[in-house]
Every structure is written in structure tokens, then in C-alpha cells.
Design a protein around this ligand. Sequence first.
Ligand SMILES: [Zn+2]
Ligand SMILES: [Zn+2]
Length: 323
Amino acid sequence: MARNDILGHPLSIEFIIYKTDPKGCGVNVIRGFFLLDKYRFFALINKIFMIDYHVHPYYSIDAEGTVEEYCIRAIEIGMEELCFTPHFDIDPERKELDDKVKLKDKIVTMKSNWIEKYIEDVELARKRYSLEIKIGIEVGYDSNIENELRNILKTYPFDFVLGAIHNIDHISISDKKECGQYFKNKSPEEVCGSYFTLMENAIKSGLFDVIAHFDIYKKYGWEYYGEGLAKSQKPYLRSILTLVAENEVGIEVNTSGLRKPVNEIYPAEDILELAKKLGVKIVTIGSDAHKVEDLGKGLKKAEELIEKTGFEIYRYRGRKPYR
Ligand SMILES: [Zn+2]
Ligand SMILES: [Zn+2]
């Protein structure tokens, strides 16, 4: 019997079991469905097939929730796989603002040994939970740090590397407090021009598996510029999406915009449609949760959009895409 038949069957019974970890550290969770259909018995355990490939554990200064807390939540909500993607931002021009990572009760720098601890935490969680857990990272791109990023990405056994353009001219356009500093002096044409030039360089750098939140400029730019912003992006889309396809990079379908005033998934549907036409193959899916309660939020909507636009969701292991 297929998974969906079990889930949708009126006689299927859902269960969640919490049990103390035998080593006395933490709690383990099992979630599933039983179904006794005529004379056959079916069980679905921890396989409800939701995946989330953009999750920020507490190391990121703007995030909360340990690897373990996210894993427990993932099983509770029927998730099969999650990929953690803590922030990695090393633009020297933004050192004062970005060079901070939480490690236990301390604040350390981006280039200190917190990634080792992060990997250790994931490895422990892999042993403890029946959940597929991937080691990812969300890297803030800027053209002046390419070589340094290349070395760091080679150093660790990442499964998945998201490339993100959060800043233009070293000013964050995805931060509510900071974005006005950039937007106030720029037309929407200038915002899109500079943003897509950075994205073009990010794709050509070969550093990234997938581009995060493709049209993130609309997060706050939408309130700032209104309709003008959607028009201004148009001249860039065809060439940038062709470049995405040629370089076999993926696009992330990110639901965090649904939790912002813009109330839209990144990227918008018309961008995904054009991406499909131009030969983009890979999409990943992510909630961009910065706290445990946001894990998996909006993913059903994202799955519908992915299906509607004719894509299939990819996963990554050791930087290699698979379905
Ligand atoms: Zn981001
Ligand atoms: Zn993120």
C-alpha cells in the first residue's frame, strides 16, 4: 500500500512516542501511522516525507534552537529529512556586524572552531534520531571573498552549500533595520542591477550548490518600491536563469517570505515558470526557520508550487544532488 493511501485512510491511527534516550541524554521521538486494513497490517514510521533544506540552529546570532531541539520537532511534525544551514558571513567590510557565532554560552568569531562543534552535534543527532540529517551551510556571497570561501568550503564535509546574496555594497537588503540605508539612495532598477550582477558572479564562482531565496530584494523592497520592483527585475531574469541552468546550479523554494509582509514564496511563481522553460532542473525546499516553531512552515504550499511549475525536489549528499 502506498504511503499516501495509509495517510489518507479513515482507519489509520497516528501515534507519537516519546522515550528517554537510553544513554540518559535527551529524549527520542517516534511518530507514525498504523493501519489494519482487512487482514493486512501496515505501519509508517517517521516517513511522512516532508523535507526542509534551510534551517538555522542557534549558532547563528539571529537564530535559536539546538540541533537536538530541531530534530525532535522535525519528527513531531512528520519530517523525514532536514538539512541545517547556519549562516557563514565573512565579508571583512561587515566584520563588526556579522563576525559573531554563538557556541554554547559564548560568542565566537566566524572563523573559530564552531563548525567542528556543529558537525559533532549533527553526528550525535544522527545516532540518536531516525531522521536523515544533512550538514549544510548558508554562505553570504561577496565577490571579494571568493578565494577564502573556496578554502573554507573545502575544509569541511558539507553535504549542501546554499549561496545567498544578503548584501549589496556591504549593506544588508534582507535586514529590516539596515535595508533603508541602501534603498533610500537607489532606484529599483539599480537594486536589481546590482543584485543580479552579484548573483551572476556567485553562480560563475562555482562555490554554491543552490541559490538561496532568489528574489529576496522583495522582502522589504516590495514595501519600499511597490510595483516598480517587479518591473525592474524583468530585464535580468532570462539571462540569470539561463546561467543557473548552464551551471547546473539549483534554485531554492523558500517559504520565509510567507511569514513577512510581502507574503510570497521566494521566488515568485512567474520566476519559477521561466526557470523551468529555460532548463533549470534542480530545486530545493526550505523554511529558513530561525526558531524551532518555524521548522517546516509553509512547505506544503511550496510543494504545491513546485509541482505546479513542473519541478521535482532535490536533496544533496556530499555536495551531490539526488532525488
Ligand atoms: Zn538568507
Ligand atoms: Zn537563511
